[in-house]
Design a protein. Sequence first.
Length: 694
Amino acid sequence: MPAREVCDPRPAANPTVRAELRRLAACSLAIAPSELPDDRSLIALGLDSLAAIELLGAVSASLGVELTLDDLLAGPNLAELERLTLAALERLTLASAARRAPVAPAPVPAAAAARAPLSHGQRALWLLDRIAPGNPAFIIAGAARLRGELDVPRLRRALEALVRRHPSLRSTFELDGGEAVQVVHESAALAFGEEDAAAWEEAHLGEHLAAAAYQPFDLARGPLLRVALFHRTAAEHLLVLAVHHVVADFWSLGVLVGELSALWQGQALPPPPIAYGDFVRAEAERLAGPEAERLWSYWNAALVPPPPPLDLPADRPRPPLPSYRGAARALRLDRDLSQRLPALGRRAGATPFMTLLAAYLVLLHRHSGQQDLPVGTPTAGRGSPALAGLVGYCVNPVVVRGDLGGDPSFGELLGRVREAVIGALAHQGLPFPLLAERLATPRDPSRPPLFQAMFVLYRERRQDERGLGGFAVGARGATLDLGGGLRLESLPLPRRSSQLDLTLLAAESGGRLACSLQFNSDLFDAATAERMLGHHFHTLLTAIAAGAESPVSRLPLLAAAERHQLRCEWNDQPGVSRQATGGAATAAPWDAGGDDLMQAPFERQAARDPAAVALIDGGRGDRTLSYGELERQATRLARALRSAPSPRSPWWPAFSPCSRPAAPTCRSIRPSPASGWLRSSPTRGQRWCWSTSG
């Protein structure tokens, strides 16, 4: 196996600025310095938002220069980055250098405390666990297949060494004087289970894998990391690893994978430079200084007035309290589409993260009709290079407020998203729980605050993490080579929980983009999520990659089969009998005639055959309504609406039972080409139809 690091993390003695920037950029891009040309854009080489933040911290720590996120996301090549750095160095005077502080001060190591306060993020997770103990939504779990003979004692020793190295993995949580504290134990046994599964049926094996993954953790008793090993044959083994989110995040998993690789191969590792308690202390110091007010000023301006809650048309009413029940559906793009999407973003000066986030916003906009769409995205929370090897919960979600007002083209939307992402990432240091508390927005116990949808793009930082992103999204067949004959093959686990209404996960796996849509199963059926991801999102991405510059309201959403079903199969009514329609003729298949709106083809149909059955109300004894009668009823209601006082809002609300009378209600409000329809469900059996007044 190649060396564990593809770049040397240690600075050379007296390096030139160009050489040091080459080393730092190569480490952030997870490539060898020799593979980094002087004249190629860093974005074209794979620099994304998270890698840019990592590079900013590394440049600040190594060269004492503060560049901006905008500098890096403008896509400089190495030569241009050197010019930016030299210009910044020239601007520094001795006095200004003495006054300034680095972007993210490195936490100062201190003696490990047996009892330590929690970070803001930990405190929020601890409170959620108190409300719903053992909630599987906050368990990070994965399963892998190992082929070949396995030295189990060797594997166990390597895992036990990880627990000894990282205090977070030896921690429990309890109340002390009314405050939650993290108790770091001097030693802790590894929760390691082993079972012979040679005779098990696949269904029985699947039940045991899921139980090992999602068995609740007791934060007060621990341990909060467990490993289960199932032996199928002498040459096939299944490994399940689960850890509670309160002591680890995805970055931590990358650290653990890299160290497990080294320990498995018998390499000695230096002790971790800092512990999680140092991170908590540095967070508290930062929030007690002027930096906190700078961060708060930005977010107060960005989120006041607060964004509206996401209101997607759901299959069921929202329960008064979230149960966190959920599931997931997967999508894997072909290689061509996986390559064309990032290329489109690079031409616009946007990262793959920004491009996919913009596409996700279009999907949410088209399903909800909303123009102001807040989406959460996790940031690593590790602005200092000293935090790179830390295992703990450092991640901090930020809100990216998507603006789809004015029906922009995708290119215009991508520019807006780029600016919103840069702003959010440049101000990621304010813990989200503290932000939500200070904003004091009205709370709805059925929804999390500020955002109900999230987007996550997993990025592998080092060579020994290659394949870890595929594991994160549950991509079948993703592999992770830890060296020394230890090779893991991803084994997707059934998802049983969801923290939000929708969470879109994405990662590169085997040269293709793998996506997973986690959904709240209290709200959505699996078929709805499958249609949203596998049909609508895929169709959107295909059109976007083809360079479609039409307004986002006109980007295709329906797959060809779904469009044919709506226009032809469901309107041909082959299963409707003459008896059900009173012997009347049924309408011909829907012919949109090139029109995207419903009124033109409807009016043509009503003029061509007014006696044809337009709708059958199964809830009222199969009563029917012809096209001619529906047109007359809709026209009467439209005249009444036009004579009514004009509303202050551009939206017309129309309330009707979910039955035959709703059809003329919605038909009477004729939307303009830029308008859209919304549907919500106040109670079962009722619908609100909304349209812009044009």
